[in-house]
Design a protein around this ligand. Structure first.
Ligand SMILES: Nc1nc2c(c(=O)[nH]1)N[C@@H](CN(C=O)c1ccc(C(=O)N[C@@H](CCC(=O)O)C(=O)O)cc1)CN2
Length: 286
């Protein structure tokens, strides 16, 4: 089987182009989307992601404000900044780039962001809304995956979906979104007894564990849709996913590459959430 490549770069570009037109129209009504991005410390990967978010904002006509803080920033200082951004009516969305340097409490920072401006959808109130299926924002990576699955023409309903990984940011919300589309969802993790066997059952297999090329060809059912959320930088600087791409592509009907798959979709979904936040906050719906 030769797999269809799910081109996240192309799909994200299309979504951003649509958003650009929407933002232009919104501006005529006085709504000006603006995203505040907080980054603490010097993590090189985080700096790249923040730069790419800024570029995406520029493309879409969204104002972006970057708050780059030193690694020595205290919890109190970080929370004070979040509070200031929460109270700034010109800012539609706020995100704090993760991971935070050691010593800072990620959970407390996530909890401090106003749910109405929480464009990452990490705040417990937004997480709860996702559980019940009545949400304003979806977390960007799982939302991007759902767009790519739809793009591949796959109807999730009744399909066996296996999500490998149970993080709060990807694995858990991903499972919930697949469930909302009537998939039959299994979540696998480090204690799963026979991971390969579970994966081979999947019509839709989502890998989000952060282990380079953990999912080999023998984990993939013939004709499956394989989504690779992993982004692992090897010592030789090569970027690989959680899936051994060429082995899996021999079996899959459709597969996302790394880079160029889920990553760019994450940023497109962030733009979508920021525009939505601007609209909701302007109508006082939030
Ligand atoms: N506050 C948040 N922090 C983090 C998130 C998040 O959604 N919110 N997700 C990841 C990082 N991330 C976005 O922030 C992200 C990672 C990767 C990409 C991407 O486009 N990757 C490219 C490759 C880039 C490279 O060469 O390194 C690709 O896959 O093609 C976008 C966003 C953790 N932190």
């Amino acid at each position: 089987m030769s797999a269809k490549i799910l081109d996240g770069k192309a799909v994200s570009q299309r979504i951003k182009t649509e958003l650009k037109a929407e933002v232009e129209k919104l501006k005529q009504t006085g709504i000006k989307p603006a995203l505040a991005v907080v980054i603490v410390g010097d993590d090189p990967a985080s700096k790249i992601y923040v730069r790419n978010k800024k570029l995406a904002c520029e493309f879409c006509g969204i104002k972006s404000l970057e708050f780059a803080l030193p690694a020595e920033t205290t919890q109190k200082e970080l929370l004070a900044l979040i509070e200031r951004l929460n109270n700034d009516n010109t800012i539609s969305g706020i995100l704090c780039q993760l991971p935070l340097p050691e010593g800072l409490d990620e959970e407390a920072v996530i909890n401090a962001i106003s749910p109405a401006k929480d464009v990452d959808a990490f705040h417990p109130s937004n997480v709860g809304k996702i559980m019940i299926g009545n949400f304003d924002f979806l977390p960007c990576t799982p939302a991007g995956v759902m767009e790519l699955i739809a793009e591949s023409g796959i109807d999730v309903s009744g399909k066996k979906c296996v999500v490998v990984g149970r993080s709060n940011i990807v694995g858990k919300p991903m499972s919930m979104l697949l469930l909302h589309k009537n998939g039959t969802v299994t979540i696998c993790h480090s204690r799963t007894k026979d991971l390969a066997k579970e994966c081979r059952e999947a019509d839709i297999l989502v890998a989000a564990v952060g282990v380079p090329e953990l999912i080999r060809g023998d984990c993939v059912k013939e004709g499956a849709v394989v989504i690779d959320v992993g982004m692992n930088r090897l010592e030789n600087k090569k970027l690989v996913g959680d899936v051994a791409f060429s082995e899996a592509a021999e079996k899959a009907a459709a597969i996302t590459p790394v880079p160029g798959g889920v990553g760019p979709m994450t940023i497109a979904m962030l733009m979508k959430n920021t525009v939505k936040a601007a609209v909701l906050n302007s109508t006082g719906k939030n």
